[in-house]
Design a protein around this ligand. Structure first.
Ligand code: GTP
Ligand code: MG
Length: 699
């Protein structure tokens, strides 16, 4: 399946990943960043060079992440394989996918597995729940993973296994005879610990263009599945979720629940209906599913797919069959609606950073020029204004700065609200569990109860994450606004020392300050002069911090649901068929489970909140330092001008005019219509590196 063919084939092998794949456009932006960084180097601004380099790093690996999720055996792995025309995911008809697999571009096929360190004896919860499902062991193992290179065949063996061995097969007896808590037989291979995730790299054009796929373990019973929270949480930081169902059956209520959740989380959700080749009535099922979605108020693009048709089409070079398989439509959608917009957004952020760096470099030159051109007039005012800018900018980095005060005051309040929110949810959960168990016969209905508990805990976890995200956004908003309230006047002081208005980059002015999601947006985004840009940067960090934590979670399934297995064991051990005794045991099991889950959720929340605080603090401290540097340099430039002798004066003015003209031309080229296009950004890059445009535009 890997030796695929024609150039027109979107799944065709790509032997080398272009740094910027889409028609060469992005590489022009990279060249612009490089050119501006070189200019910053020439002008002694290593801080700007660092920032431009960081932006460049984000731009050369800007993969969109698409999470492939759905219930058991719906064809997720097969879909990934058919999409890429390569057997990257295991698709055993009996064994099931047990760990998430990240599939991305590599010039040569590679496969690695990440192993969680084995937990110490005694770590497993009483009742012998499987280790992959034991949250405390997981929490430790994530800290100590090891990565092994394996062949793709071995990888398939390692990431698949019998469902009952490690999964929380609700309604099954798998929990009553599970192992010792130190190994499930799954994926232990020759390594030391169970496999917690896998990574595959293949030379495929679609991946080279900026796509990474995450194949996830199947969910059983929707939100009631132990993996549901991890998968849904990973989806928050993804660019899209491809929800997979098949044509054998209409969407079930749990599937619709999952889709609703995913949509509510704010992401893009696509629906794949697989196995159309094997289901003669697939059109009816697809139509019924569209109707279900319509009634639920869900607007999803639907892709009916048949993997065998696709594979045959690729093998025999049959475009007609390929179209019939539905895959080309999916490829086009991923390419144009997911990958391209992400790239465009990153490019705009990169150009905004380049524009901001250019503005700073230009302001310094213009300040010196203004002071040189008219040394007596306004000299005192100019120096006083710049000295005030230096003083105010320096204060922004001190502990007494309003934004820092705001952060130290608001952050504890935010975490307190989150803790209170979680405590209230946990209390409600306890009460609801008690109530439910009181009204039931656990010996008969334990599986149902357990399923309900899984679902309720997963919902609590996801709601809590949602609360953190929303509280975090408010915190970022408040603190950055306080920052901007101080930074704005400093920038105004800097601008008044310049005689002529500074050019701005149109593209940057129109930048939409929507939060950037995506798993690689941890770095600060464009840090420009406006509140909006700061929010983009910290917001990006917020989204990705949550995402990163989520990814860690999904890469090592949290499986906290397994703790409830205690219940069945205990119940089974009660010989007398007494309803009240069963209820008491069930209540105790539920109580322990909810408490454990609550602790894990709280620990996780503490980490996520603290990461947000640190990242926000760092981002704004960096901005304050940069502003101080800018102000100091402008003041020094003005002072330097005052020391020039009569002869050096003219020579310096001429040199400044040349440099200024060049930088103004670069800024204009970067803001020209179509600057985002290859030609525009390339023109700007050329202007910086050669100075030709600059000389042409010099007046
Ligand atoms: N005829 C046909 N069979 C398919 C198609 N997609 C998947 N299958 C079959 O369905 C079974 C399950 O496919 P997988 O790709 O392993 O499904 P999955 O969703 O990854 O399964 P889990 O990871 O175990 O939840 C396999 O036997 C596949 O061959 C399809 O489009 N057409
Ligand atoms: Mg699978």
């Amino acid at each position: 399946m890997t030796g695929l063919g024609a150039d027109s084939n979107p799944a065709r092998p790509a032997s080398a990943r272009p740094v910027h794949p889409a028609a060469g456009g992005p590489s022009a932006t990279v060249r612009l960043l490089d050119a501006v960084a070189a200019e910053a180097g020439r002008r002694g601004r290593p801080d700007l060079q660092v920032r431009l380099a960081r932006e460049r790093g984000r731009l050369v690996t800007p993969d969109a992440l698409v999470v492939v999720a759905g219930e058991f055996k719906k064809g997720k792995g097969t879909l990934v394989n058919a999409l890429l025309g390569a057997a990257v995911c295991g698709t055993d008809p009996i064994s099931t996918t047990l760990v998430p697999t990240m599939v991305g571009y590599a010039p040569h096929p590679t496969a690695t597995v990440r192993r969680a360190a084995r937990s110490a004896p005694g770590d497993a919860p009483t009742g012998g729940a499987p280790p992959t499902a034991a949250a405390p062991a997981e929490a430790r193992s994530v800290e100590d993973p090891s990565v092994d290179a394996v062949s793709i065949e071995v990888l398939h063996d390692l990431v698949q296994g019998p469902p009952a061995a490690t999964r929380l097969a609700i309604g099954s007896d798998s929990d009553s005879d599970s192992g010792t808590g130190t190994g499930s037989g799954l994926g232990t291979g020759s390594g030391t610990g169970p496999v917690s995730s896998a990574q595959v790299g293949v030379p495929r054009q679609l991946l080279a263009q900026g796509l990474t796929l995450l194949d996830t373990p199947g969910l059983n019973g929707g939100l009631a599945d132990g993996h549901a929270a991890a998968t849904l949480d990973a989806a928050v930081s993804a660019d899209a979720v491809l929800f997979v169902s098949d044509a054998g059956q209409e969407l079930t209520a749990p599937e619709l629940d999952l889709i609703r959740r995913l949509v509510r989380q704010g992401g893009t959700v696509l629906l794949a209906i697989t196995k159309i080749d094997a289901c003669p009535h697939w059109r009816r099922v697809v139509a019924a599913n569209r109707e279900h979605l319509r009634r639920a108020g869900l607007d999803l693009t639907v892709f009916p797919l048949g993997a065998p048709l696709r594979l045959r089409a690729l093998r025999d070079h049959r475009p007609d069959l390929d179209t019939e398989s539905g895959y080309p439509a999916l490829v086009t959608h991923l390419r144009h609606e997911i990958v391209a917009p992400r790239r465009a957004r990153l490019e705009r952020l990169a150009r905004a950073t380049a524009a901001d760096a250019l503005r700073q470099l230009l302001t310094e030159l213009e300040t010196e020029r203004a002071a040189l051109a008219d040394p007596r007039h306004d000299a005192g005012d100019r120096a006083a204004g710049l000295a005030a800018a230096v003083r105010d900018a320096s204060r922004m980095g001190e502990p007494a700065a309003v934004w820092r005060q705001e952060l130290s005051q608001q952050y504890p309040e935010m975490t307190l609200r989150c803790r209170d929110g979680l405590a209230a949810s946990i209390r409600t959960l306890h009460a609801r569990a008690e109530e439910r168990i009181t009204a039931s016969d656990p010996s008969e209905q334990w599986d149902e109860l357990r399923s309900w508990l899984f679902q309720a805990v997963n919902e609590t976890l996801l709601d809590h994450r949602q609360q953190i995200r929303s509280e975090g956004t408010t915190l970022v908003d408040t603190v950055t606004q306080a920052f901007e309230a101080a930074a704005g006047p400093v920038r105004e002081l800097l601008a008044t020392a310049v005689d002529r208005p500074l050019p701005t980059v149109e593209d940057v002015r129109g930048l939409e300050f929507t939060q950037s999601t995506g798993f690689d947006l941890l770095a600060q985004g464009a840090r420009g002069g406006s509140v909006g840009m700061v929010i983009v940067s910290a917001g990006g960090a917020l989204a990705s911090i949550a995402g990163l934590a989520a990814l860690t979670t999904v890469l090592a399934p949290v499986g906290i649901g397994a703790l409830v297995m205690l219940g069945r064991r205990t119940i089974a051990s009660v010989r007398a068929n007494e309803r009240r005794a069963h209820q008491a045991h069930a209540k105790e099991a539920a109580r322990q489970y909810i408490e454990q889950a609550g602790r894990i959720i709280a620990q996780d929340a503490t980490v996520v909140c603290e990461q947000l605080r640190v990242s926000l603090h760092q981002a704004l401290t960096g901005l304050a330092t940069e502003l101080t540097t800018e102000a100091r340099r402008n003041l020094a430039a003005a002072e330097r001008a005052g020391r020039e002798t009569e002869e050096s004066h003219q020579a310096r003015l001429a040199a400044l005019d040349r440099d200024i003209a060049r930088l103004r031309a670069v800024t204009e080229a970067a803001s020209a219509p179509g600057a985002g296009d290859p030609a525009g950004a390339a023109g700007a890059a050329r202007a910086v590196s050669t100075g030709r445009a600059g000389r042409g535009a010099a007046r």
